[in-house]
Design a protein around this ligand. Sequence first.
Ligand code: AMP
Ligand code: GLY
Length: 424
Amino acid sequence: MKILIIGSGGREHALAWKIAQSPKAEKIYCAPGNAGIAEFAQCVDIKAMEFDKLAAFAREKQIDLTVVGMDDPLVGGIVDVFEAQGLRIFGPRKNAAILEGSKAFSKDLMKKYNIPTAGYENFDDAQAALTYLEEKAEFPIVLKADGLALGKGVLICQTLEEAREGVKSIMEDKQFGSAGNRMVIEEFMTGREVSVLSFVDGKTIKTMTSAQDHKRAGDGDTGLNTGGMGTFSPSPFYTKEVEAFCEKYIFQATVDAMAKEGREFKGIIFFGLMLTAKGPKVLEYNARFGDPETQVVLPRMKNDIVEVFEACVDGTLDQIDLDFEDNAAVCVVLASDGYPVKYEKGFEIKGLDRFKEKDGYYVFHAGSAWKDGTIVTNGGRVLGVTATGRDLKSARANAYEAVQWIDFQNKYYRHDIGKAIDEA
Ligand code: AMP
Ligand code: GLY
């Protein structure tokens, strides 16, 4: 098969690595890709939102399957454009990707179908939101821009004053652009967070092993929110009991709810869960693989991923059993110092060769580029260093050992990825 991957981050690097292991994969392309992905795929200089160019490329190269890693093209309807031209593509159509594309939609869906989530109200209007905050809110409270905001559209406000500022920045100053035309105001929950990714074929859902992300920039979960500074898998907090609860009330219920709404979901549903004192609740849905969750989940997956993608597209996922190694993985993100605010790039990355042919060690590129024959830093998040181990502790020790193999000017990383494991 000829396979096209759409995206350019560490998630897409992990996808390219995994797809390359499939006996079915004869040739892999990635648009636009990056310097690391180029090891497994021919990178194509077309951007993820250029749907017509991508579809023309897929026709010209007779691509058998396109796999979309990123959220923007899915929410923007890339699957509909490809399908209209008879091209096979893995991912939800626009009317289903709304599960991630509109938080107001997903909250209303959960309410209608009794899927456990935080209490909330939706607002189209800043004045109504302010009145609600003044009359009804309990603090802390959570404000969410409705649309896609690079994972940054969530504000946790401790006081009425902060919440007023938040409404202003989301709905009036449009800090997150049109994503802030609507807003969700939501009850603040406490507990452990767990990410569960799943394959869905419209009817059947098969969940992958669990993972946990570390979103804050600094050690001890301090500093600003980022795209994710590291992950580990599995989560020791995602016990058999938690899993059974989610299977009963959340996973299949979501797939069935989407089907009932006439929005059949095919692709990946990523459940962001909060394990509260009152049981697991949905924090958010994503309609794609997580980044950097993918970098710890796929190295543990035994299946031929291309077979699973095809089963989702064909509606035969009920015939597939997902299988994961009985081990653990930890991914530490190497970032440019100053991320997520301001940072320099263009520095040579040294030590990448040390990962070659080392079983259980991986370096996934998030922001890298070729410059004069060397690979240089080209983003806030630069690399994801993943290592496996027989359990989380050894995976963590291995990952931090491998972090030392890499060197670039202004290298920054958290030292406590997976440290929560010690408390489990
Ligand atoms: P989201 O993009 O919805 O996953 O939100 C980003 C992060 O904000 C989550 O990973 C949580 O850490 C936090 N968060 C979102 N919603 C809530 C909530 N209702 N209560 C507490 N924390 C939240
Ligand atoms: N790691 C969180 C996300 O991919 O949204």
